[in-house]
Design a protein around this ligand. Structure first.
Ligand code: KIV
Length: 276
């Protein structure tokens, strides 16, 4: 059975933590789902971790469609959520068109948008049309030029605004709010005030769930952000495997008999006679 937005609400009511993880392609979807992640986020973080850009801003809807479709085709039980990329939801009509493509063409079960009360009318319109929306507050990477990469909501006015934004998203019909780079105390307060789940990243331990970037928890890059924990040194592990492969090819050890096909020597001899 695939995770639904109702399941996530029930998890919050039961006090059961939600472990969301990003996925960008078939292998990351397959492995994350097998590892038990109930929600897979096709994040526009793919701009950095997959495409090598230095922000999420160059990510296009076409890129998101391709990656979201790969994840949605692969995931059998997880709820697949895709980010609406930069400037694809600047108006209600644009949001409907962009989100509509992610649902109809890529097969996602929800979309994520960055912003608070200002985008509540868009959230309301999408949810009214049957497209579940996940909100995203705190550090919102699509506004990086405006707000800088830093913890958001440390000052009283900013904290108050974030609480109001979270309530506005909930009132507009959002089913989850992601809190990124938010002081733990503020994230805990927002989590207490909302009936929908909060999912934190760099927002302390008291959110209803956590989200992490696949490459960060697996240690696929030499450096990870402060809020991430490397549950595996995947980069070194994979590099060792690649080195073993390169060494085996160089040493004439790979491929061996198990990786090779045989043919009837008579057939080969017949083929070679055709040279004469
Ligand atoms: O794009 C992304 O991966 C995200 C998460 C970090 C929340 O938005």
């Amino acid at each position: 059975m695939r995770t639904t937005i109702a399941d996530l609400a029930a998890m919050k009511r039961r006090g059961e933590r939600i472990a969301m993880l990003t996925a960008y392609d078939a292998p990351s979807a397959m492995i994350s789902e097998a590892g038990g992640a109930p929600v897979l986020l096709v994040g526009d973080s793919l701009g950095m971790v997959v495409y090598g850009f230095d922000s999420t801003l160059p990510v296009t809807l076409d890129m998101m469609l391709a990656h979201a479709a790969a994840v949605a085709r692969t995931a059998k039980t997880a709820l697949v959520v895709a980010d609406l990329p930069f400037l694809t939801y600047a108006t209600e009509e644009a949001a409907i068109a962009s989100a509509g493509r992610l649902f109809a063409e890529a097969g996602v079960g929800a979309v994520k948008l960055e912003g608070g009360a200002a985008i509540a009318p868009i959230v309301e319109r999408l949810t009214t049309l049957g497209m579940p929306v996940m909100g995203h507050l705190g550090y919102t990477p699509q506004s990086t030029h405006q707000i800088g990469v830093k913890v958001q909501g440390k000052a009283a006015d900013d904290a108050r605004r974030m609480i109001d934004d979270a309530l506005a998203l909930q009132a507009a019909g959002a089913f989850v709010v992601v809190l990124e780079l938010v002081p733990a105390e503020l994230a805990a307060e927002i989590t207490r005030r909302l009936t929908i789940p909060t999912i934190g990243i760099g927002a302390g331990p008291d959110c209803d769930g956590q989200v992490q970037v696949w490459h960060d928890i697996l240690g696929l890059y030499p450096a990870s952000p402060r809020h991430a924990f490397r549950f595996e040194e995947g980069g070194s592990m994979l590099q060792a495997a690649v080195k073993a492969y390169v060494d085996s090819v160089k040493g004439g050890v790979f491929p061996g008999a198990p990786q090779s096909a045989k043919m009837d020597p008579a057939e080969l001899a017949k083929a070679l006679r055709q040279d004469a």
